[in-house]
Design a protein around this ligand. Structure first.
Ligand SMILES: NC(=O)c1ccc[n+]([C@@H]2O[C@H](COP(=O)([O-])OP(=O)(O)OC[C@H]3O[C@@H](n4cnc5c(N)ncnc54)[C@H](OP(=O)(O)O)[C@@H]3O)[C@@H](O)[C@H]2O)c1
Length: 352
């Protein structure tokens, strides 16, 4: 049955692919947009990605404003949503803590309260580091009593973007539990382009890494041969999000959208380099050395790399059994990640 949905972050990279899939399946969506006048362009983009633009409407809103900046007419318009998809976030390195907290934490809480009040199911997009419990404990998160966490310290350790995503996760969980409302969380790994078209937005972290490789700025491989950057292609991620949102069994669940077959960093850089027609670096540089180097003024800009991105490169492995079971039950097949990397690099070469 076709459902009506509310989507935040619909104009973003993951949002565009989510809207394409939702509308292709016949669902309609109201988008909370800071710039609703951009709806016609977004409709055209969603159609380019295979969706149906006419099933999209927009209301003016802002995650950083009180009551999400929604007026009474907009509140009425979003009231019918069966599912609220919360993807909107200030996604960048070097954010001020206050700005990140306002949009990513307070904004997420306001979306959660709205969903709970109107009886919509909430599908929130988190991040895969939330499944790395060793890392969470090392950076000072109290997993038994998250409300006891000193979040300012966490933000200092991780950077404001990641800190705010972690804080939002625990606070939204607590809020939805208190309100006894339905929550499902999908935690994406770093997102790769579409597995067949390679479509990706240039501001995405993976696009930045590919750009560095293409321009010869990536002289060495960060970490050791055991290090990897877990990935998921944007089309498979959209499938997991939509599947989880409409599957009653997924209420109260957290789904890790991470392809456990992602190769190590060398195995990831080789197909990218091949597609770009450049050489892949061969030597490794330890992460602690990179962290020290990136403290040198001007170096992050020169290397177009930020220390905040280094936490995502790691040796931890993740338990994806629940995701595999969900994918299998709904007949979803993981695309070939090496091929997705190749087409993403080719797509970027063509558009940049
Ligand atoms: N991409 C990844 O590798 C990755 C990995 C793990 C988790 N995630 C999470 O996935 C979600 C979507 O990521 P993405 O890559 O699609 O991000 P993106 O391309 O940067 O899109 C961000 C979206 O958030 C909206 N937004 C930002 N500030 C807002 C505000 N104050 N009020 C309303 N909307 C606002 C933007 O709308 P405007 O058009 O107004 O700017 C845009 O639609 C985020 O929660 C992110 O943390 C992403």
């Amino acid at each position: 049955m076709h459902k009506h949905c509310l989507v935040t972050g619909g104009s973003g990279f993951i949002g565009q692919h989510l809207l394409a899939l939702l509308t292709r399946q016949g669902h309609s969506a109201t988008l909370l947009m800071r710039q609703p006048q951009a709806l016609p362009a977004l409709r055209a983009q969603v159609e380019q990605l295979g969706g149906r633009g006419e099933l999209l409407t927009a209301v003016a809103g802002d995650l950083a404003r009180a009551d999400l900046g929604l007026d009474a007419a907009a509140r009425e318009q979003v009231r019918q949503a069966a599912v609220v998809f919360h993807l909107g976030a200030q996604f960048a390195w070097g954010l001020a803590a206050e700005q990140a907290r306002q949009v990513n934490v307070e904004g997420a809480l306001a979306v959660a309260e709205l969903a709970a009040q109107q009886g919509s199911r909430l599908l929130m997009v988190g991040g895969f580091m939330l499944a790395n419990h060793g890392h969470l404990q090392r950076i000072g998160i109290d997993l038994q009593r998250p409300e006891r966490t000193d979040w300012d310290k966490v933000y200092q350790r991780t950077g404001a973007y990641e800190g705010s995503k972690l804080e939002a996760h625990f606070r939204v969980h607590a809020c939805m539990a208190e309100l006894q409302a339905a929550l499902t969380v999908v935690h994406p790994a770093t997102v790769c382009g579409h597995s067949r078209s390679g479509h990706i937005l240039p501001a995405q972290p993976l696009a930045g890494l590919i750009g560095n490789l293409a321009s010869g700025r990536l002289g060495a491989i960060p970490g050791s041969p055991a290090h990897w950057l877990p990935l998921v292609s944007v089309d498979f991620l959209a499938e997991l999000i939509v599947t989880a949102a409409f599957d009653e069994q997924q209420v109260g669940q957290e789904i890790l959208a991470l392809d456990a077959r992602t190769p190590n960093l060398l195995g990831m850089l080789q197909p990218l380099a091949q597609a770009l027609g450049v050489r892949a670096p061969k030597h490794h540089v330890p992460i602690p050395v990179l962290r020290v180097l990136l403290k040198i003024p001007g170096l992050p800009r020169l290397l177009r790399t930020d220390a905040e991105s280094l936490d995502f490169i790691q040796t931890a492995r993740f338990d994806t059994a629940a995701t595999e079971a969900l994918a299998q039950r709904h007949g979803l097949t993981w695309p070939d990640m090496t091929e997705a990397l190749r087409v993403t690099a080719r797509y970027l070469m063509a558009v940049l």
